[in-house]
Write a protein that binds this ligand. Structure first.
Ligand SMILES: Nc1nc2c(ncn2[C@@H]2O[C@H](COP(=O)(O)OP(=O)(O)OP(=O)(O)O)[C@@H](O)[C@H]2O)c(=O)[nH]1
Ligand SMILES: [Mg+2]
Length: 343
């Protein structure tokens, strides 16, 4: 499952340095020839595909990219220094368009692949270039050219890495809405969510990870019951499942098993997909009750179980820390700010 992440950025290549007018001044050479050097070339702007990026999140904060200008020429025919190229990292799979015309400029697919998006201006010529038999002392030089300037539209198909699954009403949509800027419909009845919602959650490295809120699964989903098959298919390509269980349900263990059975019945390796089991709505239980329930569920799962409240926001930091650990993404910062996302 994917959705489209978009960003619009302005890029400007460096201007070429100006050429200069100068004459040789040496002892015993009364009329030194022209020696004005050329300006250096400006810096190009390139996009580079980087395998460590997953989203265009960074471009929400920084939208203008300018490469440095070339330096002016010097005396003694010295050419000015060229500006360094500016390389902007984008995720693999980014499509680049001219924002004004929509014309596709390129598609960065392989890590390390580069695309020149704004060519630098050439340096101007110094007067040394204009020496001729007719003019032994030219006063002429030219200015550097402006670098190209473009408005670019970046587009990336995002793939959900984390799927939030569970029975209808477990609070999946509520969870994605507090972790990301996605704003799915939330309601106190089953099958509120009919199509998956995606949200981007800021991760410790600074980039984002895409979470998908999947419509509720029920018994028989693998055979097509409820919203069935379609949605199991959507989570096939996720790397991690967050199995959300309503802790206030009458029958937490059997709720858990219904979903586990559907994953197993669907096959395609879903039952072996790394999974976090998370009790939700824990503010409805008193602490002693919760600990008993948690111990019971841990006994069933044979592993530790997280407990959160999507509604009050409690323990969501531990949930995210566990998600990053499972995905093998570096240690989380103190606070996780939720950021953009789109349904
Ligand atoms: N008390 C409490 N209620 C919650 C919590 N999280 C979600 N809810 C409520 O549970 C109900 C269902 O929430 P949703 O987020 O729509 O549940 P869902 O899992 O997306 O449901 P479907 O889309 O139908 O599968 C809503 O009334 C939420 O307000 C929580 O932590 N505590
Ligand atoms: Mg929902």
């Amino acid at each position: 499952m994917h959705f489209i992440d978009q960003a619009r950025i302005a890029v400007k290549a460096g201007r070429g340095g100006d050429g200069i007018v100068a004459f040789r001044r040496e002892k015993y050479v009364p009329a030194g020839g022209p020696s004005g050097g050329d300006g250096g070339r400006g810096g190009d702007v390139l996009l580079v595909a980087d395998a460590n990026l997953q989203t265009l999140l960074d471009f929400k904060y920084r939208r203008i990219f300018e490469a440095v200008d070339g330096r002016r020429g010097g005396p003694n025919r010295c050419t000015g220094a060229s500006g360094d190229a500016l390389r902007i990292k984008v995720p693999c799979g980014t499509e680049v368009r001219d924002a004004r015309t929509g014309i596709l400029l390129g598609d960065l697919t392989r890590p390390g692949e580069e695309l020149l998006v704004a060519a630098a201006g050439r340096g101007g010529l110094g007067n040394a270039h204009y020496l001729s038999n007719r003019n032994r002392a030219p006063e002429k030089c030219t200015e550097g050219k402006e670098g190209e300037e473009w408005l670019l539209q970046l587009e990336l198909k995002l793939l959900a890495e984390v799927g939030i699954i569970g029975l209808p009403n477990a609070g999946k949509s509520t969870l994605i809405s507090v972790l990301s800027a996605a704003r799915p419909k939330i309601a106190d009845y089953p099958f509120t969510t009919l199509v998956p919602n995606l949200g981007v959650v800021r991760r410790p490295s600074g980039d984002g990870t895409v979470f998908a809120d999947i419509p509720g699964l029920i018994a028989g989903a693998a055979q097509g019951a409820g919203l069935g098959h379609d949605f199991l298919r959507h989570i096939e390509r996720t790397r991690l499942l967050v199995h959300l269980v309503d802790a206030a349900s009458e029958a937490v263990l059997s709720d858990l098993q219904v979903v586990e059975r559907e994953l197993a019945a669907y096959g395609h390796g879903l039952e072996r997909r790394p999974r976090l089991v998370v009790l939700n709505k824990i503010e409805l239980l008193d602490p002693a009750e919760l600990e008993l329930l948690r111990a019971e569920v841990e006994g069933h799962c044979g592993r530790s179980v997280l407990a959160v409240s999507a509604a009050t926001g409690s323990h969501l930091d531990s949930l995210l820390a566990a998600v990053w650990r499972e995905l093998d993404i570096g240690a989380p910062r103190e606070t996780e700010e939720p950021v953009m996302g789109e349904a």
